[in-house]
Design a protein around this ligand. Structure first.
Ligand code: HEC
Length: 146
């Protein structure tokens, strides 16, 4: 019975997402995390970004936008693809706006669309996705408070 319930929930979720005209028919092939890591290093994303477990190069920009790690709401694959191929679509929250955008309100992150192959993009995003971890919400225990 439990199984059936989760199957119904799953089908409902697929049904709902399938109704989103923005993403209908959009599906990228599976990527390779290791190759994605190479793309991440070769494209020098660490020049402006930090990621746990990775040393930053010497001459970094005056920017340290964190990628990966524990987050309260996980970034979806679609959001990560968008962040890479269309950085100005939605600027990352919680940073000094004067540093992350130019005078025209565009992200200072370079657009790699003319230098990155689609395969590199797919691998890169698969790698990025693997670096995010959902922080488990721990509710405050009010029962001991008076
Ligand atoms: C010159 C600096 C710079 C470089 C190089 C750079 N970025 Fe960014 N990136 C930014 C800035 C600034 C932001 C925040 C503004 C925005 O959301 O576009 C950002 C945002 C992001 C975000 C969204 C983060 C969030 O929490 O919403 C992702 C994902 C990302 N970058 C990935 C990459 C990857 C992958 C590379 C390498 C291919 C890269 N960036 C290279 C400056 C850079």
């Amino acid at each position: 019975m439990k199984r059936l319930q989760s199957l119904i929930l799953l089908l409902a979720a697929v049904g709902i997402s399938g109704c989103d005209p923005q993403s209908r028919g959009f599906s990228l092939p599976p990527g390779d995390t290791q190759r994605g890591e190479q793309v991440f290093l070769n494209m020098q994303c660490l020049g402006c970004h930090t990621m746990e477990g990775y040393e930053r190069p010497e001459n970094t920009e005056d920017l340290s936008i964190a990628l990966g790690g524990k987050v309260k709401s996980i970034k979806t694959y679609g959001e990560l693809v968008t962040s890479v191929i269309h950085p100005s679509h939605k600027l990352a929250k919680g940073y000094d706006m004067s540093k992350i955008q130019n005078e025209e309100g565009q992200s200072v992150m370079p657009v790699y669309n003319d230098v990155m192959t689609v395969s590199e993009l797919v691998d890169l995003v698969t790698f990025l996705e693997s670096r995010y971890e959902l922080e488990v919400y721990e509710p405050t225990d009010y029962s001991t408070r008076h």
